[in-house]
Design a protein around this ligand. Structure first.
Ligand code: NDP
Length: 254
């Protein structure tokens, strides 16, 4: 039997590490050609080589998705190479924690730029191609998976602007789902609890030692492959079934 995603193309943002890299590997193993988007070209090239050594097909696209033109170009390069786009995984993200009082507003701008603007840029550029794929492709369906967070469902002290971006993603996802679902573009949100990636490492040592490291030390957190499994589940449902929301938590995380 042909792999479930053969003859499809998936674009994954933030594919240079963590959840994005694991998702790219998983979708490629299921037969999708994968467009790997992030800023760190060296990481993407290593991943592409691994995927191709395992028999998959990968395209490296160095892009900063906070720049609308670069996000648009990433989608165009994917179409130039593969001729189609069936799956968009909006995964790139940044989490900078700490109190609002005394925060550096530059940190807020950076988070909003990646988590919100970047997601909007890639979605806007990809949507016409996804709608076309839902009409023309053998599967007759296309997918957007937005990687939100438990922080899109629950707010905590010190997470304010990260919460703002992830609650926003959840609202946008459901609105877009209602807009395009009858045209068979499925739009869903995946909300991970704590996953072992580089995400927390962008915080100051003080924030890490006070807010993130103790939690990691006391909790059996998820692996990026646990989330990649969830993405794969969402995009391999039969055409009539759309997973609008998937919340994946470490069993250990209350
Ligand atoms: P990582 O820090 O490992 O990955 C983040 C990815 O985003 C990197 O590949 C990075 O690539 C990319 N990225 C950041 N800025 C940009 C940019 N301007 N343009 C393009 N790509 C960019 O963390 P995770 O894998 O954990 O994060 C993935 C998603 O999962 C995020 O949206 C995060 O909020 C979400 N999430 C993570 C959880 C966790 O516990 N880890 C829990 C819940 C949600 P590069 O630097 O090369 O550009």
């Amino acid at each position: 039997m042909a792999p479930k995603l053969s003859n499809t193309t998936a674009l994954i943002t933030g594919a240079s590490s963590g959840i994005g890299a694991a998702t790219a590997r998983e979708l490629a193993a299921l037969g999708a050609s994968v467009a790997l988007v992030a800023r760190r070209r060296d990481r993407l090239e290593t991943l592409a080589t691994d995927i191709e050594n395992d028999g998959g097909t990968a395209l490296v696209i160095e892009a900063d998705i906070t720049d609308r033109a670069q996000a648009q170009a990433a989608v165009e390069k994917t179409i130039e190479r593969f001729g189609q786009l069936e799956i968009l995984v909006n995964n790139a993200g940044l989490m900078l924690l700490g109190p609002v009082l005394g925060a550096d507003p530059e940190d807020w701008d950076r988070m909003i730029s990646v988590n919100v603007r970047g997601l909007l840029h890639t979605t806007h550029a990809a949507l016409p191609h996804l709608l076309k794929a839902a009409e023309d492709s053998p599967r007759q369906v296309a997918d957007i998976v937005n990687i939100s967070s438990i922080a899109g469902r629950v707010a905590w002290d010190g997470y304010g602007v990260y919460n703002l971006t992830k609650f926003g993603i959840n609202g946008f996802t459901e609105s877009l789902r209602q807009e395009v679902t009858r045209r068979h573009v499925r739009v869903g949100v995946l909300e991970p609890g704590c996953v072992d990636t580089e995400l927390a490492s962008h915080n100051t040592p003080e924030i890490q030692s006070g807010m993130t490291t103790p939690f990691y030390e006391q909790t059996e957190v998820l692996a990026p492959t646990d989330i990649a499994d969830g993405v794969a589940y969402m995009v391999t449902r039969p055409r009539h079934a759309s997973i609008a929301e998937l919340w994946i938590m470490p069993t250990d995380q209350a």
